[in-house]
Write a protein that binds this ligand. Structure first.
Ligand code: THU
Length: 134
């Protein structure tokens, strides 16, 4: 997959913009995600917290679930933005792995600066995938 610097930045900017809509009354830690499918559609996501803390949902998973529920299962790249360039949690890595180990993950900070980029395979080595159930 060839992704230009401009395309990377555009996705990061969308995730950063989405971040403003994060519902984070407890952690105050805003996370925004923007997921681009192979068909070119973009789905954003934010973390949505809950007074019953474990029912909180991460931004990355919101973006993936929005895409899947709209019929999209083939992903190209996801941008994840936090204040400090935080990395996707284990649960989100697993959910991304379900739909492809080659999905590119762009991790950026609150100024919109790309701090790290890697594939899901690199983020989650030895992933348990649908192939294991065949
Ligand atoms: N969070 C995400 O949205 N994505 C991650 O990958 C890590 C954590 C959220 C969950 C919670 O609302 C806040 O960040 C602090 O854990």
């Amino acid at each position: 997959m060839t992704l230009t610097t401009e395309e990377r930045q555009a996705l990061i900017d969308l995730a950063n913009e989405a971040r403003k809509r994060a519902y984070v009354p407890y952690s105050k830690y805003r996370v925004g995600a923007a997921l681009r499918t192979k068909s070119g559609r973009i789905f954003t996501g934010v973390n949505v917290e809950n007074a019953a803390y474990p029912t909180t949902m991460c931004a990355e998973r919101v973006a993936v679930f929005k895409a899947v529920s709209e019929g999209e299962r083939e992903f190209e790249v996801i941008a994840v933005v936090t204040d400090n360039g935080g990395s996707p949690c284990g649960g989100c890595r697993q959910v991304l792995a379900e739909f492809g180990l080659d999905t590119l993950v762009l991790i950026a900070d609150g100024r919109g600066k790309l701090v790290k980029e890697m594939t899901v395979a690199e983020l989650l080595p030895e992933a348990f995938t649908p192939n294991h159930l065949k």
